[in-house]
Design a protein around this ligand. Structure first.
Ligand code: UDP
Ligand code: MG
Length: 231
């Protein structure tokens, strides 16, 4: 398989209260089989030891760390990060271990090859689908509702692994500060006339006790965002 060693993948990591995960996550990102990586972390004003760990252990390993003065949410952290990226393709990486950076090539190569402008990693195209029942059902409803307005035929709108050609993500104005980012970006990409490609990915879900921050209210906000950003 061609390895696209002349291309760069920008990995953007929104990070809030992830003291338990950030070191192992960054190690996995560094080990992922993409030669040229630009890693940008946005520290979203954590209240635990995340900031200290970033300063003491992570800083020399990554391209850039940007600090938010105020906790603003995943969408806001990504808005900050997308302004800074310079790679050929850009992928969103949560600061937890729910997704596997070893799988970057299956998304990024489609963009490096020029076969896609936007690729989502789908947790549900995978046979061994995992995830808690309530979350799975919520994901299904939100994806179907999103498809209805965007005319896309995707299976996992809420996935974290969203990979974009850099010029495309930098041309989008992101308005949602929190988890409304996922339906917003999906709607805005659709509006640009782009067909989102999907590729199967693995998923290792974490619970709220393990640090997951998304909740029922975010589901309602996602429904509202699907409607708000429809054509
Ligand atoms: N996050 C953030 N700011 C916040 C809440 C979350 O930057 O106010 C980050 C969080 O650290 C994680 C990502 O956004 O890297 C997604 O959060 P989470 O894993 O809780 O949500 P889910 O995986 O369910 O989308
Ligand atoms: Mg997560």
């Amino acid at each position: 398989m061609q390895s696209y060693d002349d291309k760069v993948l920008s990995i953007v990591i929104p990070c809030y209260n992830e003291e338990r995960n950030i070191v192992s996550l960054v190690k996995k990102v560094l080990e992922s089989p993409i030669k040229n990586k630009e890693i940008i972390i946005v520290e979203d004003c954590s209240t635990d030891n995340t900031r200290k760990i970033l300063e003491e252990e992570i800083k020399p390993l990554v391209s850039k760390i940007i600090y938010h003065e105020k906790n603003s949410g995943k969408g806001a952290a990504l808005r900050t990060a997308f302004k800074e990226v310079s790679g050929d393709a850009v992928i969103v990486q949560d600061a937890d271990l729910e997704y596997d950076p070893a799988e970057y090539p299956s998304l990024a190569y489609l963009i490096f090859k020029g076969e896609a402008d936007v690729v989502y990693g789908s947790r549900f195209l995978n046979q061994k689908r995992k995830g808690y029942l309530a979350n799975r059902l919520a994901n299904r409803v939100l994806t179907k509702f999103s498809n209805l307005f965007t005319k896309q035929k995707i299976t996992d709108m809420e996935t974290c692994y969203k990979c974009f050609k850099r010029e495309i993500i930098q041309s989008v104005d992101i308005e949602e500060d929190r988890f409304g980012f996922e339906p917003e970006i999906t709607a805005k990409i659709a509006r640009m006339g782009i067909k989102i490609k999907e590729t199967p990915i693995s998923y290792f879900p974490r619970t709220n006790e393990e640090g997951k921050k998304i909740g029922f209210k975010d589901g309602l906000r996602a429904l509202y965002a699907i409607w708000k950003y429809r054509k």
